[in-house]
Each structure stands twice: as C-alpha cells, then as structure tokens.
Ligand binder design. Structure first.
Ligand SMILES: [Fe+2]
Length: 365
C-alpha cells in the first residue's frame, strides 16, 4: 500500500496572491551587464543572468510567475555554443549588435530589434561587432520547469542555413486520413482515432525579426494619435504562426509602444502578466494602488495577472517593449479581460471583445 499520497479537501477557492509590481532600475541592469562582461567566460560559453522577482520561491529564476527575463552579454568575437530547448523566447537587443542563428535562419540584429525563437531549434549568437552585444530574452521556461518538462539539448545537431527541407511540407499520405471520425450528437462532439493525436496539422514556426529601423518608421502613426484615443499607442509584433492568439511567440505577445506626452490610460486588468522595458522617455504607473515612476532603461513587472493597473506618460512621452503571456492564456481559455473598471469582464477569444474609438478618430481625421 502506498502512503505517499494524501487527499486534500478543496471546498474553498484559494485566494490568489499576485506578486507586487517592481522596477529593476537602469543602473542595476547596467551594473549587471558590466559584471557579466568582466568575468571569465563561463565553461558553458554563456554570460547570462536571469532576474528573479523577490516573491519567486522556486529555484528557477523568473520575473513573472511564468516568464523569465535573462540578460545575455557577448563580448566582441564571442559566440554561444548551440543549444535547443522546449521553451520559446522573444528577445530584444538592447546594446551593440550581433548575429542570431536559429535553426536554418540567420540574421543580423542591432539595438531595439526584436525577434522570436521557436522551441527546439538549435540557437547560437555571435558578436561580430566592436561593442558589447546585449540582449534581453523573455521565455516561458519557468512554466515548463514547473511542469518538469523544460527539455534542454546542449549539443543539438546544427542545421546550416543552406540545408533544404521545409518541416511544414506534406510528405505523402497520412495514416490519420484512414482513422475514424464519428459524430456524437449534433453539437460538434466527436470520437476521433488515435492518429489524430500523433499527427497534428502543422503551422510552421519560424524565427521572425522586427527590425527597429522598420518598426520605428511606423510608430509615428500611433504616437500622433489623438490623446482621446481609448486604445493603446502601440503595435503588436505579430507572428502569423500564432494565428488568432495574436502572439509574437506561441506564449507571448510583444508590443512596441510610442506614447505622446501626458497620455494616461484607463485603469484595467487582464489575467495575462505584463513586463515593460522602457527604452525612451519616462512615465508613471499605478499598480494595485501603488504609484511608481520609471524612465528609459528600467525593466518593470508592470501588471501582475488580474491586478488593476494603468500607465501614463509624462512630458517626454515614452517608448516601451511590453511582453505578456497573452497567447498562452488564450490557448488555455483563461484570458479574462476588463478593459475599464466599468466594462464587463470578458473571456477574450470565446466572447466578443472591446471596441475603441478608432473609428471616430479616423472619420474626424
Ligand atoms: Fe494592461
């Protein structure tokens, strides 16, 4: 007889304990970059530090419960050995320049460029410039670690950029075409054969680059939008592989905001957690009733999931990269959203979402 398990009464929902909003100031980030650059290159070939939130009690560092933020530094001439893992990532270069090699793809990156790294692709970075190559990397590894399925291969078979083969290409007849599909009732419930579990329709997942030089040109439009706009002054960096989940990676969206001076957003909340990296200007926030100010170079755990918050600019306006685990929450049917505190609480992706006044502004222009 096993005595290892126990029964736990669960008649009451557990009160949630959102982690407090915190700011990692620019000076602390710069100091850590200098420290990483000053140490001997670790045997792993990686100069990297993850930023752990003070409320994190798990041994794996994370900045939001399901999101890690890692500072990676490469000195000129250095390159990281290839690694593949089951986590996916979104990165922003915040200093210098380098080359990202992800699976069969390779591209040069420079300051404020953003790209996604699909899971299980051999990834390496090299610094072919004269300055430190610094990037912030956001991944879903903490969630996978909690699930004990963060699969990491430190010696993956590398694939050359010229190697053929498209993983999305159909390859002959599929066993599942012979498997049963049986309708049950008239509401859509079915019985389906095992083959449907092990041969899922493919949506190719590729690394995509959003170069700052291109993105910046388009931001003027959101920056100049009228202050009465009820949406956010930003663009989503959309990866079509995420389809209706509106992501940059399969777990996260990244947005780039350019706020005009003195624009204050409405207080709102969503179950997705948000992390902001400010790279121009300054602003202020109120999160769970706490007021805080921030400036370019700060990293901000800006919205614990389901915490009421709002952000606003001051006299300079600001630019920010925001990462949220929005596509993950949509996939889990848990993206609950309240656009203003007077709005209904809506399950985005299953229920009609919210309107902004963009139509009025476009007509008035
Ligand atoms: Fe928000």
């Amino acid at each position: 007889m096993s005595s290892a398990f126990r029964f736990v009464e669960v008649d009451q929902p557990r009160p949630q304990q959102p982690w407090p909003s915190i700011i990692v100031p620019r000076q602390a980030i710069e100091h850590e970059i200098e420290r990483l650059a000053s140490i001997a290159l670790p045997a792993t070939g990686r100069r990297a530090s993850a930023i752990s939130h003070p409320s994190n009690t798990h041994e794996v560092p994370c900045f939001a419960p399901g999101i890690d933020v890692t500072l990676h530094v490469l000195k000129p001439g250095e390159r990281t050995p290839p690694m593949a893992r089951s986590a996916s990532a979104v990165d922003m270069c915040i200093g210098g320049s380098g080359v990202a090699s992800i699976g069969r793809h390779s591209f040069a990156v420079e300051r404020f460029d953003v790209w996604n790294t699909p899971s299980m692709e051999p990834v390496s970075f090299r610094n072919d410039g004269k300055d430190l190559f610094v990037r912030l990397s956001y991944s879903n590894a903490p969630l996978l670690e909690k699930l004990e399925v963060h699969v990491v291969d430190t010696a993956p078979r590398t694939v050359s950029a010229h190697e053929g083969g498209d993983s999305a290409a159909p390859a002959g007849p599929r066993a599942r075409d012979k498997a049963e599909v049986i309708d049950l009732g008239s509401e859509g419930a079915k019985l389906m054969g095992y083959e449907y579990l092990v041969d899922i329709d493919i949506v190719e997942s590729r690394p995509l680059l959003w170069p700052w030089a291109e993105v910046e040109k388009h931001l003027a439009k959101v920056y100049h939008r009228d202050l009465s706009y009820t949406g956010r002054h930003l663009y989503l960096l959309y990866n079509p592989a995420t389809e209706r989940r509106m992501g940059t990676s399969h777990c996260f969206f990244a947005t780039i905001a350019k706020y005009p001076p003195n624009k204050i957003d409405q207080p709102h909340r969503h179950t997705s957690a948000a992390i902001n990296y400010y790279f121009f200007g300054h602003g202020k926030s109120a999160v769970m009733g706490e007021r805080m100010e921030w400036e370019a170079g700060d990293l901000h755990f800006s919205a614990p999931g389901w915490a009421v918050h709002n952000h606003g600019s001051r006299e300079q306006g600001f630019c920010a990269l925001t990462i949220q685990d929005h596509p993950l929450q949509i996939a889990m049917e848990s993206l609950i959203w309240q656009e203003t505190l007077k709005s209904p609480i809506v399950k985005l992706g299953s229920q009609r979402g919210f309107d902004t006044n963009i139509g009025e502004l476009v007509r008035a222009a």
